[in-house]
Design a protein. Structure first.
Length: 75
């Protein structure tokens, strides 16, 4: 017994589409991991920058991210 030609072609088409989708998902996952690694690196850089700014402006400094204005926390 053998599949009809039309059935076999449809099955192959669906299988090919599924393989392509799985490959696309793998590509997205690889990109996701690269972005997560980039975020970790950026967090490290931000912590270093934060420490530098604390050394310059003090631990109670508040920086306005829109204007760059530095004020001190009111105690």
């Amino acid at each position: 017994m053998k599949l009809e030609e039309q059935e076999f072609e449809k099955l192959k088409e669906l299988n090919t589409t599924l393989i392509h989708l799985k490959m696309a998902i793998a590509d997205v996952d690889i990109r996701k991991h690269a972005l997560l690694k980039e975020c970790d690196s950026l967090r490290t850089l931000m912590l270093e920058q934060e420490q530098e700014l604390i050394n310059i402006y003090g631990p109670d400094a508040i920086i306005n991210m829109q204007t760059g204005e530095v004020t001190q926390k009111e105690i």
